[in-house]
Design a protein around this ligand. Structure first.
Ligand code: DSN
Length: 434
């Protein structure tokens, strides 16, 4: 008997195949990444770091992890990395644990303006353990206001200044943030989970030369397995009082390594680390740079096409893979849009807009992202069509037949854009394969 779980996996594979995936944090990993994830490395315990493990039998996983480290360093020009965080949330929790004692001060981007839960939300351990204040975007243009960040930092004197976002469509000025951090004696941490692939492709400002510590996930624009990483660049005489880069890296990396394990994690997931290594190898290829460029071009075309149809795109466009749409002028909430678009075979997430009058589960906007469909081969012309489908669906929220017709049209259209792993069928129970 085939386990019914594989029926659900097959159902999800088909859902991914038949619909337009526009969730900005999602992507389609390659067959090689999935193969590493589903490998015998899952079976291995390997607490510690390569060459310094608490278990025997680590000679091969040591090589895997070393390769992941080397590729990641090469990809971002990092001096030091840790590839073990199970996710971006763990990477951030470990960094804050390493840098802050309970009650010490963290200044970070407001969640409701595009920040992340792990940057000090009261619902997250970061908000419970540390004393947190936030900076936000300007109400008129929805852009970061670096003067406001400087003023807040001067008044609050945080020990950690954190930057990075889950839904901010513009680039960050890392150099300016470092000047602010230096002025108030803060350690600057960048979370680049969303734009990591675009930064690796050198399309956005590079945080590594400016930020003391950089965290990321590996599965969004970077297109790898679910997971996280922590990195350090090379520009540090201080903030731990060390006079040399070597001294600094040694001291800070020991703090970060031990905050991650045994601080908050147990055994590293060696299958995921192998898959990270595969993804970093893919991202080092010239094709990845073309892919990343296309992601940004597609997002810009999508913004433009939606604005031409009367939609309010926050900040008037995008520098990255994210398009934020304020739906208030259309009289639709984010929740209604998410539900209606799903019926039409278009997956998005409702999203708070800055200063949103609606609660998070309703929200006034939606967040769109181009990485997944760009992996399927979509270019500018396909994204103009995506904008047309989004508009047609949003204008037909009360017409289930129209939504169904759009869904069928999208399904037929997508047959020409196969998923990277469509050729690897999973054995399924009869009722699903029928
Ligand atoms: N859930 C991710 C996102 O959608 O941006 C962030 O963790």
């Amino acid at each position: 008997m085939v386990d019914p779980i594989f029926g659900w996996i097959e159902a999800e594979r088909r859902r991914q195949e038949e619909g337009l995936e526009l969730i900005a944090s999602e992507n389609y990993a390659s067959p090689a990444v999935l193969q590493a994830l589903g490998s015998v490395l899952n079976n291995k315990y390997a607490e510690g770091l390569p060459g310094r493990r608490y278990y025997g039998g680590c000679e091969y996983v040591d090589e895997v992890e070393r390769l992941a480290q080397e590729r990641l360093k090469l990809l971002f020009g990092a001096e030091w990395v840790n590839v073990q965080p199970h996710s971006g949330a763990q990477a951030n929790a470990a960094v804050l644990l390493a840098l802050l004692k309970p009650g010490e001060k963290l200044l970070s981007f407001e969640l409701a303006h595009g920040g992340h839960l792990t940057h000090g939300s009261p619902l997250n351990s970061s908000g419970k353990l540390y004393t947190v204040q936030h900076y936000g975007v300007r109400a008129d243009v929805c852009l970061l206001d670096y003067d406001q960040i400087r003023d807040k930092a001067r008044a609050f004197r945080p020990k950690v200044l954190m930057a990075g976002a889950s839904s901010y469509p513009r680039d960050w000025d890392w150099k300016c943030l470092r000047e602010i951090a230096d002025e108030v004696g803060a350690i600057l941490v960048a979370d680049i989970a969303h734009p990591a692939g675009l930064i690796a492709a050198k399309l956005l400002n590079d945080p590594l030369p400016h930020c003391h510590i950089v965290t990321s996930t590996t599965h969004k624009t970077l297109r790898g397995p679910r997971g996280g990483v922590i990195m350090m660049g090379r520009d540090f005489e201080n903030p731990l009082g060390e006079k040399t880069l070597k001294g600094h890296l040694k001291k800070m990396s020991a703090l970060l390594d031990s905050a991650l394990f045994p601080g908050i994690q147990g055994g590293p997931h060696m299958h995921a680390i192998a898959a990270k290594a595969v993804a970093f190898g893919e991202a080092l290829q010239p094709e990845f740079r073309s892919y990343a460029r296309q992601i940004v071009r597609n997002a810009q075309v999508l913004s433009q096409a939606l604005m031409e149809r009367g939609y309010t795109v926050l900040t008037g466009g995008t520098d990255n893979h994210i398009v934020l749409v304020d739906l208030r002028n259309k009289g639709i909430t984010g929740r209604e849009a998410e539900e209606g678009l799903e019926k039409a075979g278009i997956t998005v997430n409702k999203n708070l807009i800055p200063y949103d009058p609606q609660p998070p589960l309703v929200a006034s906007g939606i967040r769109l992202g181009t990485p997944a469909l760009t992996t399927r081969g979509f270019t500018e012309s396909e994204f103009r069509q995506v904008a047309a489908w989004i508009d047609a669906a949003l204008m037909s929220l009360s017409d289930p037949e129209k939504l169904k017709r759009i869904r069928m049209e999208i399904r037929a259209f997508l047959q020409a854009y196969p998923l990277p792993y469509a050729a690897a069928p999973i054995p399924v129970p009869d009722e699903v394969s029928a």
